[in-house]
Structure formats: structure tokens, C-alpha cells
Write a protein that binds this ligand. Structure first.
Ligand code: KG4
Ligand code: ZN
Length: 336
């Protein structure tokens, strides 16, 4: 590695955000441009893969140019190019991968293949220094995983959801309550105003493992709403939102505490992924795990962005874990 500051140009296009960033030394955000497609998917109540791919194609060149401009660097000054390899939507991933490969080939730069979930964890490196060993809870639209990290780039998945991801449960319950997609943010806001009066199951909470199950919560809420409709009763949406969110937070914090009890030497606990934006979860996790230091990215870094991919790529760069130009997208890529 050269003596000058390291600059990584990073691409993220795994789902419905087209993002390009320039990251200095794995922790300084020189630029992080995020173009969200949410408005295009909202009317369908979920992400439409073909629509996502088309938006990525339309946006990526512009976003790339904007990212370099904002960072005030030229492509010649970039040391390596990083890109999300998976998990995600195959067509969406391929747009970022093709852009990154093309630039790496044309400008003769090393290419780094990054796992999207590693990116979510490394979002914390943009604001804090990571100390190992650590535990991370990734809570996003597609994943709910507890991860143990002995050191940089060593990921051991120690628990995961057996069915729906927690963000997915938020989005499905939001749909039942007629909230816009993605519903996490709106459900979170609604939950601030109600009382936990409805019964919502906490599946697997007492089991002696670190796994999760969220599909039962969604079904219970669906049944509650249907039964009320049949009886001509009105559902108090705020109370239902609070009941759901209380159950989710109880499950996540209980399993997080169990993980810490199992790995007592950890120095930090990271909460990452889109659901890490949840106001109640942020508060409760810090309180439950006290005195362990809990790292949670700022709201703008919880959702998908390329800065986190650049942060994760820096450690791979230091370890000389470069990719080749012939790798492919891996829609179901694991972390371990
Ligand atoms: O990490 P992310 O941006 O995309 C994936 O990699 O999946 O996560 C998106 C998920 C969506 O399900 C969204 O509803 C959820 O994060 N989310 C929230 C909140 N903000 C976003 N869930 C709960 N509370 C929030 N405040
Ligand atoms: Zn994500």
C-alpha cells in the first residue's frame, strides 16, 4: 500500500438504492451519493426487481460522476474499486458489478468484492473505531443475523431468522395497517404514540439458541385485524403498532443479551442494517446491554449506501483480498 491516503471508490446496487462513495482510509466519507428508488416501488407495495435494475442502469453513471466530483478526486487518484457482490437482487447487483469491473479494467485498478452484510457492519467504522472481538446484530429487510467477529473480516454467524427477516415483518405488518412501503419508519413513528394492548407472540424467545422467528408475529397481527373486521370492531392502529414493536424489540434485545452472555469477552456490540434506524430498538438495546459499548450507525448510514461498502473494502485491501474481473453476482451470498 502506498504512503498516501488510501482512496476506495465503492458501488452498492443490491436492492433499491443506487449508491457510489469515495472513502478515505476506510473511515472518512469523502462522498456518499445515494439515489433511492423508493417512490417507483411504493405503488407496488414492494421492490419490483426489473424496475430496480432499470433504475440502476439509468442512474449509475451520473451517481459515479457525482461521487468523484463531491470527493474532489479523479479516477486516477483512486487506489481500488469496491462493489457489492451479494446478497441481493441478481439484476440489480449486476449493474453495480458491471460498472465496477469496467472501471477497474479501463483504469487498471484492483477490484474488491464486498458482502453487503459485511458492509452494514462496517458502516460503524465510518463513525467509530472497531474493537475486537465484537458481536453484531444485522437487522435489515432481507436478513436478521447475530454475528461474532474475532477480528477484521472474520464473520461467524451464530444465530439467524428461521423465516422472515425483521424488516420484512415490519413491511408486511405495515401493509396490513395500510402504511406506505417500506413501512418500518412509519410503523416506528406510529408505535411511539400507542399502548402495547394487543397480544403478539414472542416466538423462540425462551429457546436456548440465538435464532429468531418473525413470521408468527405477522400472522398473529393479520388474524387480529381479520377477526376484528368480522366482528365489526375497530382496531386501534397505534396500539397494534406499539404491541408489534414491543414484541420485536423484546425478542431482539433478549437474543442480543443471550449472545453477549455466550461471548462475554466481546468489547463492542454493533446494531446494523435498515432496522437499526428503529428509535425504540436503539434505546432498548443500549439499556439492555449496558455496560457494553453499543455502536449504531447514524440514521443516514443504517440503510443501504456505498460508504459502508468502501469501509468494509478497506480491510480487505489491507489484507490484499482482491478479486478478479471474472467474478459473478451472488444473490444468496453468506457472511460466514
Ligand atoms: O438494510 P436495508 O436498507 O435494506 C436491506 O438490505 O434489506 O433495510 C430496509 C429495511 C426495510 O424493511 C425497512 O422497513 C426497515 O429496514 N426499516 C425500519 C426502520 N427504517 C427502515 N424498520 C423499523 N424501524 C425503522 N425506523
Ligand atoms: Zn441492506
Amino acid at each position: 500500500m502506498s504512503q498516501k491516503n488510501n482512496l476506495i471508490l465503492a458501488f452498492e446496487s443490491s436492492c433499491d438504492e443506487t449508491s457510489v462513495a469515495v472513502i478515505e482510509n476506510g473511515s472518512i466519507i469523502r462522498s456518499n451519493i445515494v439515489a433511492s428508488q423508493i417512490k417507483s416501488h411504493m405503488r407496488f407495495g414492494g421492490v419490483v426487481p426489473e424496475v430496480a435494475s432499470r433504475h440502476h442502469v439509468e442512474q449509475i453513471t451520473q451517481i459515479y460522476q457525482l461521487a468523484l466530483k463531491k470527493a474532489q478526486v479523479s479516477i486516477d487518484e483512486i487506489d481500488a474499486i469496491a462493489v457489492t457482490k451479494g446478497p441481493g437482487l441478481v439484476g440489480a447487483l449486476l449493474i453495480g458489478i458491471t460498472a465496477a469491473k469496467t472501471l477497474a479494467f479501463v483504469h487498471d485498478k484492483p477490484l474488491i468484492e464486498v458482502n453487503h452484510l459485511a458492509g452494514h457492519i462496517y458502516a460503524c467504522q465510518l463513525e467509530n473505531q472497531l474493537q475486537f472481538p465484537l458481536l453484531a446484530l444485522i437487522a435489515s429487510g432481507g436478513h436478521t443475523e447475530l454475528v461474532y467477529m474475532e477480528n477484521h473480516n472474520q464473520f461467524e454467524v451464530i444465530g439467524e431468522t428461521q423465516d422472515d427477516a425483521v424488516g420484512e415483518a415490519y413491511d408486511k405488518v405495515g401493509r396490513i395497517l395500510d402504511l406506505p412501503y417500506p413501512a418500518g419508519k412509519y410503523l416506528d413513528q406510529l408505535a411511539q404514540t400507542g399502548q402495547a394492548t394487543y397480544p403478539v407472540p414472542r416466538a423462540m424467545i425462551h429457546e436456548d439458541n440465538l435464532d429468531f422467528s418473525f413470521s408468527g408475529m405477522k400472522s398473529a397481527i393479520m388474524n387480529l385485524v381479520h377477526n376484528a373486521q368480522q366482528r365489526g370492531e375497530t382496531i386501534v392502529k397505534e396500539d397494534l403498532a406499539t404491541s408489534f414493536q414491543t414484541a420485536v424489540i423484546e425478542v431482539l434485545t433478549t437474543k442480543a443479551a443471550k449472545a453477549v452472555a455466550k461471548y462475554p469477552s466481546v468489547k463492542q456490540f454493533i446494531l446494523a442494517g435498515g432496522v437499526a434506524a428503529n428509535s425504540g430498538l436503539r434505546k432498548e438495546l443500549v439499556a439492555t446491554l449496558d455496560p457494553i459499548e453499543v455502536l449504531i450507525p447514524s440514521l443516514s448510514l443504517c440503510g443501504d449506501n456505498a460508504a459502508m461498502i468502501g469501509a468494509a473494502a478497506f480491510q480487505m485491501y489491507l489484507q490484499q483480498q482482491m478479486g478478479s474481473l471474472d467474478f459473478n453476482a451472488q444473490p444468496s451470498l453468506d457472511l460466514s
